[in-house]
Design a protein around this ligand. Structure first.
Ligand code: ZN
Length: 426
């Protein structure tokens, strides 16, 4: 076992809910109002000069606004940061070709403001783990009414002890729909397993095969998207039958679709980490997704947008990578990101770059050395070699066909697990 410091969020209930709920309400409403001020400002700037301001620009601009002083300055900063992140996320989707994505909205329903989450950073809270109390600072505008701070008595789950964590980064007040709760974002030291081995494997994410894996010893695995494709086809048909795309029924279908997708990502990341443990892998190499954006600028993007019936955006890949990292970390396996540049164009056997080389029916064929490989596996192998060059590439013979014959794992809806596809032998 080895020790490692990671970030964890612990949820706690508030025992003196009645005493503090009015104060927490007014902080939550204030966060919504500040969000709206920021939202309006961004639209104005965007209309005028066609530019979305970054959060520090927004903060500098709104610092003197009356609503900014409703919350502790660090809490206000965080609201504007979330707003800027929401805008960036939406802008990214638009650039990926998602024309249906809506920009972040105003937080207002008629005359009512929703209770937004408020974040308190190090200067904005004081924790007393002996008496299980936390003091949350208000902004100067709200102080005069009652007191300078809100004193919450909290209760964490029995297995969580906040006095033993390395440090507490943030406290958040979160409205659950009928009461307030606290989220403590902590740095925690955890025991992680020793790495299962020293081998490397690479994971290339894509839209034909969601993941292609290339192991150091030469074998490879494919995880096709068939199941997500069927799901997307099914749900888009159901949603199309709804009268209104904003209807409750359509919303429910969308939520169900996204829950199933999340389940798929969880199961696949778990399965891949399990395979790594079995194979003695110590390092997983994944393609750096920001490289995709670079490629887009060069006009030769991977098609991350709509693909047949499936619309998978880069955030889906980012989310999957996060899950994979989290699960690998627990097993002592490290995850490294490398640039994907040229990994789909080069021959993983002789290094020759494709111009003359062809991709036919998903196979990469190198005219230089004669290698024939599954195109996604060839890409994965190139990613892997960026971290750990394979001895087989130095004069070894890789054209023996293993790259062309990866094992394929399919998601079995009956068992909810991945199982190897039976090889068709003729
Ligand atoms: Zn070659």
């Amino acid at each position: 076992m080895a020790k490692q410091v990671v970030t964890r969020t612990y949820t706690a209930s508030i025992r003196n809910q009645q005493q503090v709920s009015d104060d927490l309400d007014s902080l939550g409403f204030s966060a919504s109002k500040l969000w709206n001020v920021g939202r309006w400002t961004i639209s104005r700037v965007w209309d005028e000069i066609d530019y979305i301001p970054e959060h520090d620009e927004l903060t500098a601009y709104l610092k003197s606004h009356e609503r900014y002083d409703d919350l502790h300055s660090q809490s206000s900063q965080r609201v504007l940061q979330e707003l800027a992140e929401a805008f960036n996320g939406w802008y990214g989707k638009r650039r990926n070709g998602d024309t249906r994505a809506n920009p972040p909205g105003y937080r207002k329903h008629g005359d009512e403001h929703p209770r937004s989450t408020v974040t308190f950073k190090n200067k904005g809270f004081k924790l007393d783990t002996q008496y299980n109390r936390v003091r949350l600072s208000k902004g100067s505008n709200l102080k005069e009414y009652w007191s300078d701070f809100v004193l919450c008595e909290y209760q964490t789950r029995p297995d969580v002890d906040l006095s033993t964590v390395e440090s507490i980064q943030q406290v958040r007040t979160v409205w659950t729909g009928d009461e307030w709760e606290l989220h403590f974002v902590c740095k925690v030291e955890i025991e992680v397993a020793e790495a299962p081995g020293e081998k490397t494997v690479s994971v290339d994410l894509g839209i034909n095969n969601f993941a292609a894996l290339a192991y150091e010893d030469g074998h490879s695995e494919l995880y096709p998207l068939n199941c997500l494709k069927q799901d997307d086809y099914y749900f888009s048909k159901c949603i199309a039958r709804c009268d209104d795309s904003d209807s409750e029924q359509a919303t429910r279908l969308n939520q169900k679709k996204s829950r199933r997708r999340t389940h798929y990502f969880h199961t696949l990341s778990k399965h891949i980490v399990q395979r790594c443990v079995e194979e003695g892998v110590g390092t997983i190499v994944v393609g750096d997704l920001s490289g995709i954006r670079e490629d887009e600028e060069n006009g030769e993007s991977k098609n991350w947008g709509k693909h047949g019936n499936l619309d998978l955006h880069s955030w889906a890949f980012e989310r999957f990578t996060d899950l994979l990292e989290y699960k690998a970390e627990m097993e002592g396996i490290s995850v490294e990101e490398v640039s994907e540049r040229d990994t789909s164009k080069s021959c993983s056997c002789c290094g020759c770059k494709r111009d003359a080389n062809r991709v036919e029916r998903g196979l990469y064929i190198c005219d230089e050395c004669g290698m024939v490989a599954n195109a996604d596996v060839n890409g994965a192998e190139n990613i892997r070699q960026k971290v750990s060059p394979s001895p087989a590439t130095d004069g070894g013979d890789r054209s023996n066909g293993w790259l062309a014959q990866p094992s394929t794992f399919l998601f079995d809806k009956e068992t909810g697990a991945f199982a190897p596809q039976e090889r068709v032998t003729s």
